[in-house]
Design a protein around this ligand. Structure first.
Ligand code: F6R
Length: 560
């Protein structure tokens, strides 16, 4: 997870890197650091968000690179914060990814007398490099071979030259009028000529040039990216802003889908595996609910982290991977396995230029707009919308919807939601049970994730019929149970609600707090999740947490 960014050029490189890292901060904000060249590499580091780094340095460097960290190896402290420097001060580097054989290499280096100040695999890389002999180019080639795992690296040599390389982790270089930019994320780069590195590429960046080393062939392509400097407008946080952007995102997704030949993608397939992680997996579960009802098709749903392709993939089998970011390591790993077995992938993503978008055979882009808050909200709704759209096409039905009315209804509905009393009631709770049936259970898995991830409340989503098989033991007069019933059968949960009430528990039915009857059952999941999103948002505020930057989380989970 983490983001790396570098700059060499005529501008103040420290400022350029600060700006670049701020666009990558959604990838992690445990700590950050910048190395800048001023008669040798100097390093600034800070715990927490970028605001804690010095906002300027007492020189105007032309070379700098930095890192924003989501801790995977070693706790959050200054020593573990990147950039890392070699024991002999020859190299400084920043790293994205995970080195699997770091412990073995470290043991070996310790035997040679090298001591370590951090618990990171990155310090192992920089010291290994310092211990290799030969010309720099050869040392870097050896390093590439010795490291097992995934990495993208920006390496500063004591002379001020910079080297970059990568394996299974994205890295890009951009030539612009004012200098050379390096970033782990294309969307953070401005206009210019872009090259996305391949594994095994080795590139040197000097004050004046970009030099392809070893067998690297650089093929710069025009890249136009109006970097959007996002603003909160009238909202206090991005999460709230993004919940309110749901209708616009769905409208744009609908307009996009209308222009695609989605039916054609499905022509040769009648078996689907839906794959994702976290919220994206939950949208797959909703997708499964829709697709499973269509007689001609076989559907199953799998967590990317738990899916392995072990045998030949049949020609009629389509893997549908859902990933908001298109960068999630667990999904990339599955995608690579599917490609190794010549399988076909349809990717549903919000990021058109993501790593997975390059791997997939077919793409459907949700046009929800950039999602900056860590908790997915509007992209989840857009993903569910895509599944509803696909299911209609597979039913051989035209997707008929009065989109303007739909959007107006959704906007009005969101504006009317009032979760105040619920929030006041729930903010003191340290555990919650959510109950529902059928598709509602899939929705509650997502609702529960939102409450866990930003409110830090233990929340158990339960299939309502399962409560009596053990979990009723948890119910007493202090229990608040939240129920959801999006079906038109109003009595669906009556029995279980009575079971709870007779043990003194209180049941709050979300479907009684909002009016789901304004929309047909088919679209209700999109409407029904929103009170939960708002509820988790306001509980976080009440508890004094930042909903946009929950603890121990980052927007793209680029480690397995
Ligand atoms: C939850 C959340 C995570 C992501 C998960 C998958 O709000 O954001 O659970 O949904 O890490 O991420 P993507 O969709 O980018 O593959």
């Amino acid at each position: 997870m983490c983001g790396i960014y570098g700059y060499v050029g005529k501008n103040d490189a420290y400022q350029e890197v600060l700006k670049g890292l701020s666009r990558l901060q959604y990838r992690g904000y445990d700590s950050s650091g910048i190395a800048y060249f001023n008669d040798g590499f100097k390093i600034k580091k800070a715990i927490g968000t970028l605001d804690n780094l010095p906002q300027s340095v007492n020189c105007t460097p032309n070379i700098a690179f930095g890192h924003t960290r989501w801790a995977t190896n070693g706790e959050v402290n200054i020593d573990n914060t990147h950039p890392h420097i070699s024991y002999n001060k020859e190299f400084v580097l920043v790293h994205n990814g995970i080195i699997k054989n770091a412990d073995i290499i470290k043991e070996d280096l310790i035997k040679k007398g090298i001591s370590f100040y951090s618990h990171t695999d990155t310090e192992v890389i920089v010291n290994l490099l310092a211990c290799l002999s030969g010309k720099i180019e050869n040392r870097l080639e050896k390093l590439y071979k010795l490291l097992d795992g995934s990495f993208s690296l920006i390496i500063g040599y004591k002379s001020g030259d910079i080297y970059i390389m990568k394996k299974f982790s994205p890295l890009n270089i951009l030539k612009a009028d004012d200098g050379i930019y390096i970033s782990s994320d294309v969307s953070s780069l401005k206009d210019g000529f872009l090259y996305s590195l391949n594994d095994n590429d080795l590139i040197m960046i000097t004050k004046n040039d970009v030099i392809a080393l070893a067998n690297t062939k650089i093929d710069f392509k025009m890249h136009v990216n109006k970097i959007k400097e996002f603003s909160l407008g009238r909202f206090k946080n991005y999460m709230l802003k993004e919940i309110f952007e749901t209708p616009k995102g769905i409208e744009k997704t609908y307009n996009y889908l209308q222009k695609q030949n989605v039916r054609k993608i499905f022509k040769h397939f009648n078996e689907f595996t839906l794959i994702g992680c976290g919220t994206a997996y939950h949208s797959c579960l909703i997708g499964e609910e829709y697709l499973i009802k269509i007689p001609k098709y076989k559907v199953k749903c799998c967590l990317a982290s738990n899916y392995r392709v072990l045998k030949k993939i049949k020609r009629n089998h389509l893997h549908i991977i859902v990933s908001q970011s298109g960068e999630t390591a667990d999904c990339i790993k599955v995608a690579e396995q599917i490609k190794n077995f010549n399988g076909k992938i349809l990717l549903i993503t919000n990021e058109e230029t993501s790593t997975m978008a390059q791997i997939a055979d077919y793409k459907i882009i949700t046009r929800a707009g950039k999602e900056l808050a860590v908790a997915s909200t509007k992209t989840y709704c857009a993903q569910v919308f895509v599944f509803i759209y696909i299911s209609q096409l597979l039913l051989n039905k035209k997707f008929t919807i009065n989109i303007k009315k739909f959007i107006n209804d959704l906007e009005e509905y969101i504006n009317k939601i009032n979760v105040k009393s619920l929030v006041n009631k729930l903010k003191e709770k340290d555990k919650l049970i959510l109950i529902g049936k059928d598709i509602d259970y899939a929705l509650l898995l997502e609702a529960s994730l939102k409450i866990r991830e930003i409110d830090y409340i233990y929340t158990i989503p339960m299939y309502s019929g399962e409560l009596k098989h053990g979990t009723l033991s948890l119910i007493d007069k202090d229990s608040v149970i939240i129920s959801l019933n999006t079906s038109s059968d109003k009595s669906k949960l009556d029995v279980v609600k009575n079971e709870i009430k007779s043990r003194g528990g209180e049941v709050i039915a979300i479907d009684e707090m909002v009016d789901l009857s304004i929309i047909s059952e088919r679209f209700r999941p999109i409407f029904a999740i929103i009170p939960f999103q708002l509820m988790s948002y306001y509980i976080a505020l009440k508890k004094g947490f930042n909903p946009d930057m929950p603890r121990n989380l980052a927007k793209s989970v680029t480690v397995e």
